[in-house]
Design a protein around this ligand. Structure first.
Ligand SMILES: Nc1ncnc2c1ncn2CCOCCNC(=O)c1cc(-c2ccc(F)cc2)cc(O)c1O
Ligand SMILES: [Mg+2]
Length: 214
């Protein structure tokens, strides 16, 4: 039977990227998605904004919601200081299997813990299962109708502290109107919109950076 797009993306990484070189993994995926097959990675343009937010924050504890093929996982993990940890949640087992191999090809498996399952099931278990007190940085890139309930769930579970940064992908396309309304009007967040484009296209999209004020 025909291969899946994530399987073809992994083949491209293994063929064109250098083991242990995260930048070559990022470039191989971006080239494939721009010239061969579009895929829902955060991409190079929004990826550069993601890089600048992570570099400025230098987070120790990172949560990513929605791994897909591991593109943004690699982008974030390559910038983390030694000893920092990234936990990434992926619901789809096929995506998770590909992402593990992409993350390993980049040589970042020691910084990354990929967990299979739904965000709503795992967020309440972060403390007892992973020994996490609070996160410094959260990248939201999963089901768009889960951004708001999962943010409220993280608040209720005490996983956010004064200064925790949430960065949300796709706030315009596909769009997360309820989440945007919440973080932009809540007194518990200071929010900023980074205008950009939907990965590998000319359509408008953007990232919303929201700082939890405690
Ligand atoms: N642990 C978890 N818990 C819950 N749910 C989870 C989960 N892990 C995964 N999932 C499930 C969903 O994961 C993928 C979500 N991402 C997107 O859907 C997405 C779509 C587009 C897009 C598509 C078509 C267009 F025309 C225009 C834009 C672009 C993007 O950048 C996207 O990120
Ligand atoms: Mg996205």
């Amino acid at each position: 039977t025909r291969s899946t797009r994530p399987q073809r993306l992994l083949k491209v990484v293994q063929k064109h990227a250098t083991r242990g070189d995260p930048q070559s993994v990022i470039s191989a995926i971006d080239h494939f998605c721009r010239h061969s097959e579009w895929a829902m990675n955060v991409g190079d343009e929004k990826g550069s904004i993601l890089d600048s937010v992570v570099s400025e924050l230098n987070p120790e504890k990172v949560l990513e919601l929605g791994t897909y093929c591991g593109y943004s996982t690699v982008r974030i993990a390559r910038l983390l200081p030694p000893g920092a940890r990234l936990i990434t949640l992926e619901f789809n087992a096929d995506y998770a299997a590909i992402a593990r191999q992409v993350i390993a090809w980049a040589g970042l498996e020691d910084k990354v813990q990929l967990v299979e399952g739904a965000s709503e099931d795992w967020i309440p278990r972060m403390k007892e299962h992973f020994g996490i007190e609070t996160f410094d940085f959260v990248f939201l890139d999963h089901w768009k109708d889960r951004y708001l309930p999962d943010t409220k769930l993280m608040e209720d579970c005490g996983l956010l502290r004064k200064g925790t940064v949430l960065l949300a992908d796709n706030v315009i396309c596909p769009g997360v109107p309820d989440y945007l309304e919440y973080v932009r009007n809540s007194l518990s967040y200071k929010s900023y919109y980074f205008k950009s484009h939907l990965e590998y296209t000319k359509a408008e999209d953007g990232l919303e950076k929201s700082v939890f004020l405690g």
